[in-house]
Design a binder for this molecule. Structure first.
Ligand SMILES: [Ca+2]
Ligand SMILES: [Ca+2]
Length: 512
């Protein structure tokens, strides 16, 4: 039942973890193992991580129970229930130190599909191994021994009719049940003051608990998002859960919208994304911390142009300092001679609320425009003058000349999302349109200066924080207006400097 340490140990998984975190905030990351554990404490008993001895890696769990104590326990929880038919391995290593203790395994099974064990559920089951001291099992103290759960005999808790049998028997009797929890209990030897043992390398299926410090960091916290241009820190945790040394290669795949800044430890010479670890010992874990920069919107433009002529004209422009945000994905591959594992982490780049300016006109006849435009990620400024008047224009399409005589249409729409400002001027069916405007949209200042002379119709709406105006004019008008918002002094001024008209129809509303 109890076996001495064999030389040919089962092949065990190499596991890795990638987490990403940015600055000080947090994000749940992948786990190193899908097993979780709890070390018991009581008045006379204690289970704790110990660096004094280990079977695998540098640490193990030390269980001790003394004086009037009866037992001490390590509880293991499955992240996902493990179907009993898939339970092909259940083992651990144990090194008794004092006393002739007894170890018992308790398997808690879910049979009603709610992913947990409930003693009141007739479908759930608890099976436990029959207690046996290590002297009865024929093992000596101070030696690492494998306890194979498949070598023990089990009974069903509070169900004598179930009888006793091997784990294989239980598996066939309890088909369809899933393992959700395991207790490993050390009972005290009543003849001596204390009983102690080290336990290490618990293996349930392909999942392992080796009580190594990095395993405790398996569930990481990291930020969900950064501002555009912010720095992202990735932490890659790698480890060797095999029982022999491995050559390990970690390879990062950076998102193309990021650029490498630095890493600790440094990547292999000549690379920014490859780390090679030769002969990584069993149980060894480590971390690589990588910093990358994200691209900050940095477009700048300055444009001056002039156009004049006669014909059909259509002009449209759209400028935006708005940024919708995006998702930065980073992935890593960890490979050894047997493995090629990949994991990825996402970081949300938060959107920027900025300004949007749209303008344009179309019509036929005489046309002349001049514009000066300056654009940066934080500011838009545009000065524009257009003159349009209707005249018979000939448009030549596929050798067919089409005479066109229509009105002029023009639009100017601006929005400053940060300052809650928006306006829209739309000119329709104008036979004459002389429009001159100056616009500036930035966080510190928004300005709209308009001077127009037109024969036709216009809809003008504007919202400067809580001041909303709506105008509709039809006829022959001259308009000059200026509205400015400066946020350094928290002042907003809006003024209609002049409105001359001989309107055919006029409908003017104001709402505050
Ligand atoms: Ca259940
Ligand atoms: Ca260990």
């Amino acid at each position: 039942m109890w076996k001495p340490k064999p030389s040919n140990l089962p092949f065990l998984l190499l596991v890795m973890l990638i987490t990403s975190f940015i600055y000080s905030s947090s994000l749940t990351a992948l786990a190193l193992t899908s097993l979780d554990y709890h070390l018991g404490h009581s008045k006379y008993g204690d289970a704790s991580i110990s660096g004094d001895d280990s079977f695998h890696g540098s640490s193990s769990a030390e269980l001790s129970v003394e004086s009037k104590g009866d037992y001490i326990r390590v509880s293991v929880y499955m992240d996902e229930p493990l179907p009993l038919e898939d339970l092909d391995l259940l083992s651990m290593w144990i090194k008794p130190q004092y006393g002739d203790g007894e170890v018992q395994l308790d398997l808690f099974l879910d049979g009603d599909g709610d992913d947990s064990y409930d003693s009141h559920s007739s479908k759930d089951a608890r099976v436990r191994s029959l207690k046996e001291s290590w002297s009865e099992a024929g093992i000596s103290l101070s030696q690492w021994n494998e306890l194979d759960g498949f070598d023990l005999n089990y009974e069903k808790y509070q169900d004598k009719a179930f009888g006793s049998g091997s784990l294989a028997d239980c598996k066939s009797k309890l088909k369809g049940e899933s393992l959700v929890r395991l207790y490993i209990t050390l009972y005290k030897d009543g003849k001596v003051p204390k009983t102690t043992a080290f336990i290490d390398y618990i293996k349930i299926g392909d999942q392992i608990i080796s009580f190594e410090p990095m395993e405790q960091e398996a569930i990481k916290k990291a930020t969900k998002s950064i501002s555009p241009g912010g720095q992202i820190t990735y932490t890659i945790t790698y480890g060797n859960n095999q029982l022999t040394p491995v050559d390990l290669v970690v390879k990062e795949q950076y998102d193309p919208r990021t650029s490498f800044i630095e890493a600790n430890p440094s990547p292999d010479p000549g690379s920014t994304n490859v780390w090679t670890f030769r002969q990584l010992p069993p149980g060894a874990h480590g971390q690589i911390v990588i910093k990358v920069a994200t691209i900050k919107p940095s477009c700048k433009a300055k444009i001056e142009s002039k156009v004049s002529g006669r014909g059909y004209t259509s002009v449209n422009g759209l400028l935006s300092t708005d940024f919708n945000g995006n998702l930065i994905t980073n992935s890593v591959t960890i490979s050894s001679s047997e493995f090629n594992l990949t994991a990825s982490a996402d970081t949300t780049v938060r959107p920027i609320e900025g300004s949007i300016l749209a303008f344009g006109e179309h019509g036929s006849g005489f046309y002349k425009s001049e514009e000066q435009l300056a654009y940066s990620p934080s500011s838009i400024s545009l000065r524009r003058q257009i003159n349009g008047s209707t005249a018979l224009a000939v448009v030549n399409l596929s050798r067919c000349s089409i005479p066109i005589q229509g009105g002029w249409f023009a639009g100017l729409q601006g929005e400053n999302k940060i300052r809650d400002i928006r306006w829209s001027d739309k000119y329709y069916h104008a036979s004459l349109l002389n429009l001159s405007f100056r616009v500036q949209l930035s966080k510190a200042q928004s300005l709209l200066e308009t001077s127009s002379r037109f024969i036709g119709m216009v809809d003008r709406t504007s919202q400067w924080t809580d001041v909303i105006t709506d105008q509709r004019l039809a006829g022959n008008f001259t308009i000059t207006s200026k509205a400015t918002g400066k946020w350094s002094s928290m002042q907003i001024s809006q003024q209609e400097e002049g409105l001359d008209c001989c309107p055919e129809i006029q409908d003017h509303e104001e709402e505050i």
